[in-house]
Write a protein that binds this ligand. Structure first.
Ligand code: PPE
Length: 306
């Protein structure tokens, strides 16, 4: 990864390599941590953070779900992220922000309430999540052998670090089999989400994406639905089965890091034309216009850093 200059940790800016924790930090052993992934883009008026407040609110809500008290308000965390971008003097087109709250050093044992909550925001320049070529031509998606954890045993709506063990195993399996990313079904066999992104498909001119019954309440998914509806595209939010995916006209993944990434193959089946589809390209172009501040209609989603 590309190191930056500073990391915000518990209210202070520390040098990139000075933001450290003890090896007996509670989260390292028992997995209760919450993260966000937020992105800033270099617009004509300097860096702008996309849907900053929505991401910070979700961080606080994830922490509430996993019984962690982050001792900073949404406003304080927003200000920290803005200042972090400023102080790091980034040069690139875009910057990824990673807020994290975890349990630090002090107690062992599963009961976590005695462990201190540590709050961190890091930022760095991060290239195309699924590769530059994937953005243009599409990626290969494999349906993972593991499902997303059932709602009876985990909290998929919390952006909790623990949920990423499931993601990590699925992602490894996909890459090991020669694919780029994993698509996970829910415990009923319906499409849930990719290891780190949401799923959309196009069939007969309609855009279809699953409800968040068993997946993260994605901010990009919500944005793409709004964009599509504003373009007059019919959007259906409903369960999707594996075989519907195989015969889709187009498919793509969305997420803060994945942005809008076309899918060209799922489990050895070519999707549509086997490359980026027309609706995918249209939405991708609009998304980049929005995040780079070239579309006035969506400017309320941007928080300018300067
Ligand atoms: N589902 C999962 C499991 C997920 O991790 C993400 C984001 C999404 C859906 C899309 O959510 P949103 O960013 O609000 O549209 N994944 C983040 C982390 C990726 C990583 O590898 O780290 C991200 O995109 O920032």
């Amino acid at each position: 990864m590309d190191a930056a200059k500073y990391i915000w940790m518990n209210g202070e800016f520390k040098g990139w390599f000075d933001a450290q924790t003890h090896v007996l930090s509670h989260t390292l052993h028992y997995g209760n941590g919450v993260i966000e992934g937020t992105k800033a883009y270099k617009t004509a008026k300097g860096y702008a953070i996309f849907r900053l407040n929505d991401h910070t609110v979700r961080l606080k809500e994830s922490a509430k779900m996993t019984l962690m008290d982050i001792p900073y308000s949404v406003e304080e965390l927003n200000a920290a992220q803005i200042e972090l971008i400023r102080k790091n003097e980034f040069q690139g087109d875009n910057v990824y922000l990673r807020p994290l709250a975890f349990l630090g050093y002090g107690v062992m044992g599963v009961y976590h309430k005695g462990a201190p909550v540590e709050t961190v925001v890091a930022a760095w320049e991060w290239g195309a999540y699924l590769g530059e070529e994937g953005m243009k031509k599409g990626i290969k998606l494999k349906i993972a052998s593991m499902t997303r954890p059932a709602n009876t045993s985990n909290m998929g709506k919390a952006k909790a670090t623990a949920n990423y063990l499931n993601s990590q195993m699925a992602k490894f399996e996909a890459i090991d089999c020669g694919y780029d990313e994993a698509l996970l079904l829910d415990d009923q066999g319906y499409v849930a989400e990719a290891s780190g992104a949401s799923f959309f498909m196009v069939k007969n001119g309609k855009l279809i994406t699953p409800p968040n019954d068993n997946s993260l309440e994605s901010i990009t998914q919500k944005t793409v639905i709004e964009m599509a509806e504003n373009l007059g595209i019919v959007v259906e939010r409903r369960r999707i089965t594996r075989e519907e995916v195989y015969i889709a006209d187009e498919a793509f993944l969305t997420g803060t890091a994945a942005e809008i990434t076309p899918v060209r193959i799922v489990d050895a089946r070519e999707i549509g034309c086997g490359s980026r589809g027309a609706m995918t390209e249209k939405l991708q172009t609009l998304y980049f216009d929005i995040v780079f501040g070239r579309n006035k209609e969506y400017e309320h989603y941007l928080t300018y850093v300067n």
